[in-house]
Ligand binder design. Structure first.
Ligand SMILES: Cc1ncc(COP(=O)(O)O)c(C=O)c1O
Length: 430
């Protein structure tokens, strides 16, 4: 039972303190109880907590849209506010569909995504997600959408260079487009840096421009799901910036409001929005979309990210934390990989580093290590790596305000938890 939270710490009702090294679900980018955000919310609450979007504009939502657009790649300046990541993804899909209808390409209905991946829990976003335990119960209710393998190049054992592997994974999209008939495909959606479903997967650099090129060649829209990777977490405002890519649509949430209020956004360029408006408007919307209280919180969160250079801190502290996580590979033979960008980082646990054989699924290593950490007052975030049924990884993603000293506070209980886990299963090796 939570009592209160401040900075990167949470206290439970019994007074125990936890260090939140996963920022909740990789969401609380600026830390808890930020005075500036709370102040901005109080000020907005004193004016109004609600304005229905079709009756009134609000200063909070208008200004947040402009401030967000200023942080996006050039051209991505039309913002549709929502209340979370799944809603942001759904909004991107539906805007993309209305755009192709408006330009006379109504035959485009399929959205290609990757396996594993996660795009949300609503049926549209879930149909694009590749994490079997979450999708299986609903399979008969969803339209089946084509999947291509996520670029897990780190596991490949071949003679290709990283660059060649990146191109090979991107070309799997081209092959899938040919199989589907490119004129039937509306969009390709990807997490530029993977989230919980892959454990912060980063593709080889060559993957990103080639995917952009393939989408352009076939008139397929490129959607970046930056719900987790956006809002500064990887050291840039969008992860897309690491490769200089301008996607056609971007979904944002999580760190964008940092847990202060339910808020997300679908961001699109004018060339996509204008034909939809001319054709009668976006046939989509949520009661709470553009909520002034959420937008006031979002404005203060963005101001904190920019003015305190939290993106710079994410890049710097990300390097420090990544180096420390790498040291775990020397201590524990079952720590197979450390990956990610900025403060979107994960460690993968394996039975054999050479063959990438996973630990026995029944061992539930991902959950066990997380429980051991929790007992030690440290919160990390566990998931399966291979689409939900096997493979173990743990996300280590503290808020972007984390300091050098706090990285020590993370590493100590984490290392201790891995020792405890190794003792339970006799995994210390030589
Ligand atoms: C990449 C990505 N997309 C979409 C979502 C869905 O967001 P929400 O849980 O806010 O609906 C998540 C949530 O984990 C995510 O990581």
């Amino acid at each position: 039972m939570i009592e209160r939270a401040e900075g990167i710490y949470i206290w439970d009702a019994s007074g125990r303190r936890y260090l939140d090294a996963s920022s909740g679900p990789m969401a609380v980018n600026i830390g808890y109880s930020n005075p500036r955000v709370l102040g901005a919310m109080r000020e907005q609450m004193a004016r109004t907590t609600f304005a229905y979007r079709l009756h009134f504009e609000s200063e909070a939502s208008e200004r947040l849209a402009a401030e967000l657009a200023a942080l996006m790649p050039a051209g991505l300046d039309r913002v549709f506010f929502v209340s979370g990541g799944s809603e942001a993804v759904e909004s991107c899909l539906k805007l993309a569909r209305q755009y192709v209808l408006a330009i006379g390409q109504g035959g485009r209905t399929k959205i290609i995504s990757r396996f594993p991946s996660y795009h949300g829990c609503t049926l549209g976003a879930l149909a694009l997600s590749g994490y079997t335990p979450l999708t299986a119960p609903f399979e008969p209710m969803m339209r089946s959408m084509p999947k291509v393998p996520a670029p897990t190049a780190y596991r490949d054992r071949d003679n290709l260079s990283a660059e060649e592997r990146g191109l090979r994974y991107a070309d799997m999209l081209a092959e899938e487009l040919e199989r589907q008939g490119p004129e039937t495909v509306l969009a390709f959606i990807m997490e530029p840096v993977g989230g919980a479903s892959t454990g912060a997967l980063v593709a080889p650099d060559s993957y990103y421009p080639r995917v952009r090129e393939i989408c352009d060649r076939h008139g397929v829209l490129l959607i970046y799901d930056e719900v987790m990777s956006g809002a500064g977490r990887t050291g840039r405002f969008l992860a897309a910036e690491h490769w200089g890519i301008t996607p056609d649509l971007v979904a944002l949430s999580k760190g964008f409001a940092s847990g202060y209020s339910p808020l997300g956004a679908a961001v699109a360029p004018g060339w996509m929005v204008e034909p939809v408006l001319d054709a009668g408007g976006f046939q989509h919307g949520f009661t709470y979309a553009g909520n002034p209280l959420a937008c006031a919180a979002g404005r203060a969160v963005l101001a904190e990210i920019v003015e305190r250079d939290l993106m710079g801190n994410a890049a710097r502290m990300g390097e420090v934390l990544r180096a420390r996580l790498h040291e775990l590979m020397e201590l524990f033979p079952f720590v197979g990989d450390v990956r990610g960008l900025g403060l979107l980082l994960a460690i993968e646990l394996v039975a054999d580093r050479d063959t990438w054989e996973p630990l026995p699924p029944a061992m539930n290593a991902y959950e066990r290590v997380t429980d051991l950490a929790y007992e030690r007052g440290l919160i990390v975030y566990p998931r399966r790596t291979r689409g939900g049924f096997s493979g173990d990884h743990i996300m280590v993603c503290p808020p972007l305000i984390v300091t050098d000293a706090q990285i020590n506070e993370i590493m100590e209980p984490l290392t201790d938890s891995l020792h405890a886990f190794a003792r339970e299963h006799d995994l210390h090796g030589a």
